[in-house]
Design a protein around this ligand. Structure first.
Ligand SMILES: *[C@@H]1O[C@H](CO)[C@@H](O)[C@H](O)[C@H]1NC(C)=O
Ligand SMILES: *[C@@H]1O[C@H](CO)[C@@H](O)[C@H](O)[C@H]1NC(C)=O
Ligand SMILES: *[C@@H]1O[C@H](CO)[C@@H](O)[C@H](O)[C@H]1NC(C)=O
Ligand SMILES: *[C@@H]1O[C@H](CO)[C@@H](O)[C@H](O)[C@H]1NC(C)=O
Ligand SMILES: *[C@@H]1O[C@H](CO)[C@@H](O)[C@H](O)[C@H]1NC(C)=O
Ligand SMILES: *[C@@H]1O[C@H](CO)[C@@H](O)[C@H](O)[C@H]1NC(C)=O
Ligand SMILES: [Fe+2]
Length: 464
């Protein structure tokens, strides 16, 4: 009897574990060369300062208002403040407009920043190419950007996704592949952890400057939408640095007031057919907190007839099956996941874990402390959760995964890369992930997204 039960049980356990493995998604079999992730040295080409007296450097732009008719231009001058003015003109007009901004400086331990300029240019026309000039009076430099089309449900638009970028040789490859991808990203959704300056002794803020120079080649020409990660905290009380996010907030302004947010760490924008909500993993999010109250009012405002695509960005992922940062997103998930299901968020992008993972549409909202129902279940109202913390920073790849692969995890792979979210119309968006080891155009993972509001069918069974 004992022996029989033993073998029956054994077979059952085996069967269950096989089922378990089958039900989980794909753990990619891709084998990459194991190489250390190394930061580019200070004298690298990508860190060169532009020539000329007081030449503006680290130029970058982000959306400046709720709808995409304003842009915030930021840059740094090193020799003297110079003018915080921007000259700008549309492609088909000779008339140059002028906008006046401000500059700030900050100190971090024994580092003193350059003059960091921020200038908002407003009342732009939609879907128009603008040139802009900074460094007026000393060494002018000219850049350009495209404003997005007017907000509307069927406007195609292409977002790039990059996270945890840092400034290693791999980071440079990620950015290069994003730039060369034949599907041209028009705006970067950046899911946090920018420079990794805090990995240097005393958080050497010179590495914030090098990062600004490295990313200028993209961020001066298309908006990067910022999310704060843990590497933006720069909280270092041992050396007297007790103001969290000091370098980040001085350098990377966001239009948080336009969405009635009270802090730059959580906010939203509309862009083309997308409504993008940025959340803060490292600001309070419990009940009664400013972020909680804001999000509670924000989600009902989203009009899916106007912006069918509801995208959420955050740094720490809620669904992560790597043995890194395991369950760090759990407390925020418990607070906000019921809302994401109720309001049918299409997709949540997060970073933090230095690898790639895509979930099934799942939710885990039934648990109430006493009922024991605490397993994620398939849920067509739930978002797809994508971890894209694979930009290539010096900390290297997360390779250690929980085994077996949980059922909620559809695809995971420990490689660096970037992704593209290509909105076609109100019902369809094409998503692809590109690992760095392949040519930039190769898709290592892809999925057709069918909009949760306009097209409520099961994409996980029809697409791949
Ligand atoms: C800041 O202090 C550190 C440690 O004492 C030192 O290594 C570094 O050179 C200093 N940097 C500047 C800009 O003074
Ligand atoms: C970074 O990438 C760019 C574009 O591919 C290349 O021109 C540059 O030499 C690279 N720099 C380093 C330090 O790898
Ligand atoms: C922000 O709040 C003001 C005042 O309550 C309101 O008029 C405005 O519509 C709100 N803006 C957004 C984007 O919700
Ligand atoms: C939602 O957007 C549509 C399309 O722009 C518009 O017709 C409708 O009035 C909006 N609804 C609300 C409640 O604002
Ligand atoms: C992977 O992570 C688990 C859990 O933290 C740990 O027990 C295990 O030793 C790790 N394996 C490797 C190969 O690092
Ligand atoms: C939306 O885009 C998809 C994919 O390109 C296409 O198949 C579909 O016909 C489009 N729908 C409309 C209404 O144009
Ligand atoms: Fe992180």
């Amino acid at each position: 009897m004992g022996c029989c039960w033993g073998s029956v049980l054994g077979a059952l356990v085996l069967l269950l574990s096989v089922l378990d493995l089958c039900n989980g998604g794909t753990t990619s079999a891709f084998v990459r060369k194991v190489e250390k992730t190394v930061d580019m040295p200070l004298d690298s080409d990508v860190f060169r300062t532009p020539p000329g007296y007081n030449a503006p450097q680290q130029v970058h732009i982000t959306q400046g208002d709720l709808e995409g008719k304003a842009v915030i231009v930021s840059w740094v001058t090193m020799d003297e403040p110079g003018l915080s003015k921007v000259l700008y003109w549309s492609e088909n007009s000779k008339h140059k407009h002028k906008a006046k901004g401000i500059f700030v400086t900050y100190k971090f331990y024994n580092y003193t920043s350059g003059y960091i300029h921020h200038c908002e240019i407003k009342n732009l026309k939609f879907n128009t190419k603008y040139y802009y000039e900074v460094g007026i009076g000393h060494t002018p430099r000219t850049f350009w950007f495209m404003t997005p089309p007017e907000v509307g449900p069927d406007v195609p638009y292409t977002f790039g996704l990059i996270g945890d970028l840092g400034q290693s040789y791999d980071s440079n490859k990620t950015l290069t592949h994003y730039e060369l991808n034949p599907t041209k990203g028009q705006t970067v959704l950046f899911v946090g952890d920018l420079s990794y300056a805090d990995n240097y002794p005393f958080h050497d803020n010179v590495r914030w400057d090098t990062w600004g120079r490295f990313t200028e080649r993209s961020a001066a020409y298309q908006p990067w939408i910022w999310t704060a990660g843990n590497h933006e905290l720069d909280f270092f009380p041992e050396i007297g640095e007790t103001e969290p996010f000091k370098p980040y907030t001085h350098r990377y302004p966001v239009p948080y007031k336009a969405s009635n947010s009270t802090a730059p760490f959580w906010y939203s924008i509309k862009r083309a057919s997308a409504y993008i909500i940025v959340l803060a993993s490292y600001s309070a999010y419990g009940k009664y907190t400013p972020q909680y109250k804001w999000l509670e009012q924000e989600l009902p405002k989203v009009n899916r007839s106007e912006t069918p695509w509801l995208i959420v960005l955050m740094h720490a992922p809620w669904y992560n099956s790597y043995n890194y940062h395991y369950m760090e997103g759990e407390t925020m998930r418990v607070m906000y996941e019921p809302w994401f299901v109720k309001y049918k968020v299409d997709v949540v992008f997060a970073g933090h874990v230095h690898a790639y993972e895509r979930s099934e549409r799942v939710s885990n909202v039934a648990y109430n402390i006493v009922n024991g129902i605490c397993t994620p279940v398939k849920d067509q109202s739930a978002p797809v959760y994508i971890t894209i913390g694979d930009g290539g920073n010096l900390e290297g790849l997360a390779t250690n995964m929980t085994e077996p692969q949980p059922e909620y995890s559809a695809f995971r792979e420990a490689s660096f890369g970037h992704a593209i979210f290509d909105i076609k119309n109100r019902t369809h968006a094409y998503y692809s992930w590109h690992r760095n080891q392949d040519g930039y155009a190769v898709e290592a993972d892809s999925l057709w997204f069918f909009n949760r509001y306009w097209h409520q069918i099961d994409d996980s069974t029809t697409a791949q």
